[in-house]
Design a binder for this molecule. Structure first.
Ligand code: PGA
Length: 252
């Protein structure tokens, strides 16, 4: 049985004091919800403060990105070693990174390798754009992204995958549960080809893209979907708590 996961990607929102306030609003209730991994991913500069607040709780901390080198003259970058001291997970290859910061499949692959090397658990994001979806190329694009991200990786331990169709992110236009389930099934079949069926069955694959408290059950009730990567709705404590509670109830 795969333990479900709900991860909140706060993106470039919240100052340090706002991040502290947001986590304070939900940490006690969140801590009590069982049978599920609950992750918050605040901006880098709030990792430390949020980490202090959730220390000793069942809430996990994740970063939103990182560089693949461990140290050196890379002004402004954050390294895997720096994150490993602060958090457990790191989002890698988010479509906003690919789109606005020119992250290629090769860069994403280097980041996944670097995260695993220092014991960070990557949440690897893959997903097709609207034009690719409309051209019927979803399977090809998602398969290509998955395989290029995993080059040279023999052990998937700790890796989480998030299927996030780009057209569903931040648009309020979520995919349907059936569509997400089918595509995630395809991702799992690819993992089985690469790593064997048993390992593929153990990897958690989340859906992401306009997940809210109102549509959570549509996704979570699907057999292949192990949770959600939540953007906008993770910035409202009541909404995020509801998503986590529903997931725990449906899958627990
Ligand atoms: P959204 O973002 O929930 O706001 O659509 C999801 C994501 O980008 O991870």
């Amino acid at each position: 049985m795969r333990v479900p996961m709900i991860a909140g990607n706060w993106k470039m929102n919240t100052t340090v004091s706002q991040a502290v306030a947001l986590v304070n609003e939900m940490r006690h209730e969140l801590n009590e919800i069982g049978n599920i991994d609950k992750v918050v991913c605040p901006p880098f500069i709030s990792l430390s403060a949020v980490g202090e607040l959730i220390k000793g709780s069942s809430i996990k901390l994740g970063a939103q990105d990182m560089y693949f080198e461990e140290r050196g003259a890379y002004t402004g970058e954050i390294s895997p070693l720096m994150l490993a001291e602060l958090c457990e997970l790191v989002i890698i290859g988010h479509s906003e990174r690919r789109q606005y910061f020119n992250e290629t499949g090769e860069i994403v692959n280097r980041k996944v390798l670097a995260a695993l090397r220092v014991g960070l658990k990557p949440i690897l994001c893959i997903g097709e754009r609207l034009d690719e979806n409309e051209a019927g190329r979803t399977a090809e694009v998602v398969t290509g992204q998955l395989r290029s991200s995993l080059v040279g990786i023999s052990d998937l331990n700790g890796l989480v995958i998030a299927y996030e169709p780009v057209w569903a992110i931040g648009t309020g236009k979520a995919a349907t549960g059936d569509w997400a389930n089918e595509t995630i099934g395809l991702i799992r079949r690819n993992l089985a080809e690469l790593y064997g069926k048993e390992i593929a069955q153990r990897v958690r694959i989340l859906y992401g893209g306009s997940v809210t408290a109102a549509n959570t059950s549509e996704f979570i009730s699907q057999s292949e979907i192990d949770g959600a990567l939540v953007g906008g709705a993770s910035l409202k404590s009541s909404e995020f708590l509801s998503i986590v509670k529903q997931t725990s109830e449906i899958r627990g």
